[in-house]
Write a protein that binds this ligand. Structure first.
Ligand SMILES: Nc1ncnc2c1ncn2[C@@H]1O[C@H](COP(=O)(O)OP(=O)(O)O)[C@@H](O)[C@H]1O
Ligand SMILES: [Mg+2]
Length: 400
């Protein structure tokens, strides 16, 4: 706060009280003249009203030491401006207008020169104080605005992704459902034919045999495709990460990973593939255990179906360790065929699969990504090159 000597207070008091209009007029002229972007744009009355507001705010501060009006004024202009494209210099110009107005009036004043100097000094200090204050408040508001905008964008992006997902789901389910419907209607036709022949007493042994054959084929086709559709629905349900993974629980993470890998052994033992587990010192973690099991399942399944293509058995390697800052690192590595640049760029995309029509849904890695980043608040990194195997690193907090 600015302390005034009694002489200075008297001088400024007289000036501010008696020459209010003059100061405001001078200030308005100065602002309009100095601000290229205001010239011919904002009507003079508008600029003048603003300077008048500054005048009241600052004379209260100067004479009564009361910053209430000044703070309210800064709050007002910065709030209003934060939602527009506005420069901090423009905000400060208002104060400079007030300052210039007072200075111009001081020049004509027959006061002691040292008093006039002291008054200028006070105005200078007030200017600096205002500049810092305004910058702080303004930047704070802009940051708030930025954060809100960012959240809105994220939300919009999620909604757009969801829209794409729904379209993808419809598209993916369409094929098996279409085949199942065709097979079922074929069966239906054959059944009517059979019923007609039977009622008319014309049923021949050969046509019954043909019916049994076609009927079994159609039923099988319907069944496989309906189960395929059901499987897809099951995977779609998992995309929503907050579904059915249970609450996080505290456990010895290494022991748990070991248990999960053992239970997944049938996935890879059949092909003669090998999996090694490397555990550092044991530690407890409070984590979404169900999600971890599902992630490991997906990664192993992918290694077996995508990575190990030739006849030679593949090798996988899982590592778990505790990092600094109470974070867990889980690495999965295979020595399979690796991924092309396109695969690498798109693995996490929903429905991206190089095995369409051969059991691939393209949802596995998308689900893994969602589980790690959303449910477990962690991150996922992928390294892979053609012929060089694939390495996937998950980092997530030890305590969820
Ligand atoms: N370990 C891996 N090695 C090589 N390619 C992989 C591996 N894991 C995933 N991919 C590639 O990423 C694609 C997407 O994987 P994913 O989302 O699990 O879908 P899906 O397994 O249904 O194809 C796979 O189709 C494959 O091209
Ligand atoms: Mg997969």
């Amino acid at each position: 706060m600015i302390d005034l000597t009694p002489d200075l207070r008297a001088l400024l008091g007289d000036l501010l009280r008696e020459r209010r209009d003059e100061i405001i007029d001078h200030g308005t002229d100065w602002v309009i003249h100095s601000a290229g972007d205001l010239q011919g744009r904002a009507p003079r009355a508008e600029t003048r009203a603003l300077i008048a507001q500054e005048f009241d705010a600052y004379s209260d501060l100067l004479l009564a030491g009361d910053p209430t009006k000044r703070d309210a004024f800064i709050e007002h202009v910065t709030s209003f401006r934060a939602s527009h494209d506005f420069k901090i210099s423009t905000l400060l110009r208002g104060f400079l207008g007030f300052k210039r107005g007072v200075e111009l009036c001081l020049e004509g004043q027959v006061a002691a020169p040292e008093l006039a100097l002291a008054a200028r000094d006070v105005l200078d200090r007030l200017y600096h104080e205002t500049a810092f204050l305004m910058a702080d408040v303004y930047v704070d508001k802009l940051l708030g605005l930025l954060r809100r905008t960012q959240q809105e964008l994220l939300h919009r992006e999620k909604m757009a992704a969801l829209g794409g997902l729904v379209a993808g789901v419809a598209h993916e389910i369409n094929t098996p459902m279409g085949i199942a419907v065709t097979a079922a209607s074929l069966l239906h036709d054959r059944l009517s034919g059979l019923a007609q022949a039977f009622t008319a007493g014309e049923l021949k042994r050969s046509s019954l045999a043909a019916f049994l054959n076609d009927g079994r084929e159609a039923a099988e086709l319907a069944l496989t495709n309906l189960s395929r559709a059901a499987e897809l629905v099951q995977s779609f349900k998992q995309i929503a990460v907050d579904q059915a993974h249970g609450a996080p629980r505290r456990l010895d993470l290494g022991a748990y990973v070991q248990e999960v890998l053992t239970s997944l052994a049938p996935l890879y033992k059949r092909g003669g593939h090998r999996l090694d587990l490397h555990l550092g010192a044991p530690f407890d973690a409070h984590v979404h255990a169900g999600a971890i099991a599902q992630i490991l399942g997906n990664l192993i399944q992918n290694a077996v179906t995508h990575a190990f293509v030739g006849d030679a058995p593949g090798r996988m390697d899982v590592r778990l360790r505790l990092l600094e800052g109470a974070r867990c690192e889980l690495t999965f590595r295979d020595d399979g065929r690796g991924m092309s640049a396109e695969e690498r760029a798109r693995v996490f995309e929903p429905f991206f699969t190089t095995r369409r029509g051969q059991g691939g849904s393209g949802l596995g890695m998308h689900i893994v990504h969602n589980l790690v980043t959303e449910l477990m608040a962690g991150s996922i990194a992928l390294e892979s090159a053609p012929g060089g195997g694939t390495c996937i690193t998950l980092i997530f907090p030890q305590n969820t």
